[in-house]
Design a protein around this ligand. Structure first.
Ligand code: CUA
Length: 176
């Protein structure tokens, strides 16, 4: 499903790009009736535009190289992938194992037995370290390598009923 959506998006984005190119090519120059001040203002605007393209174009490409982000995070580790099956229920989490090793990639296979839940992993300071959705009838893969050992919390990140706030469990990350 996602590759199809991506391909359709690419086609539509190409059409839009052609539309812009068509308008740009067919628009004439109308500098003749500009005052000198207007001319220098437009020159400044053109320089500013290309300056921004030069700065943000490479910056955008550089940051996009990490996509998909979870694969980049998983590459940070070494060793065999540790698979954790995670299922959300109203209102608890079920994990196929309660601990994983630090520094070694983990693959969470996340799904739900009833409604949509949000699978969020938090460190001891309750900072979010990784998240994905838990959806019925679908398994989302979340890859993450824990750099530090400790006890991490799994909280539900999407309102899923009256006891949503109770929906939490822990996963221990142990040093190798
Ligand atoms: Cu499950 Cu909120």
């Amino acid at each position: 499903m996602q590759p199809i959506a991506w391909q359709i998006s690419l086609v539509l984005m190409t059409l839009v790009a052609f539309g812009f190119a068509f308008v740009a090519i067919n628009s004439g120059r109308r500098q003749d009736d500009y005052t000198p001040l207007q001319k220098s203002a437009y020159r400044l605007r053109t320089r500013l535009f290309w300056g921004l393209v030069l700065v943000f174009g490479p910056a955008m490409i550089y940051t996009l190289l990490d996509l998909p982000y979870d694969a980049a995070r998983a590459r940070a580790g070494s060793g065999a992938v540790q698979v954790v099956d995670a299922t959300g229920y109203q209102w608890r989490w079920e994990l196929s194992r309660d601990h994983v090793a630090a520094g070694q990639p983990v693959e969470f296979r996340v799904t739900s037995a009833d409604v949509n839940h949000g699978f969020g992993i938090y460190d001891a300071n309750l900072h979010l370290v990784a998240q994905t959705q838990a959806m019925p009838g679908y398994t989302n893969t979340l890859r993450h390598t824990f750099a530090e050992a400790g006890t991490y919390k799994v909280l539900c990140m999407e309102y899923c009923g009256v006891a949503h706030h109770n929906m939490m469990t822990e996963i221990r990350v142990v040093a190798q």
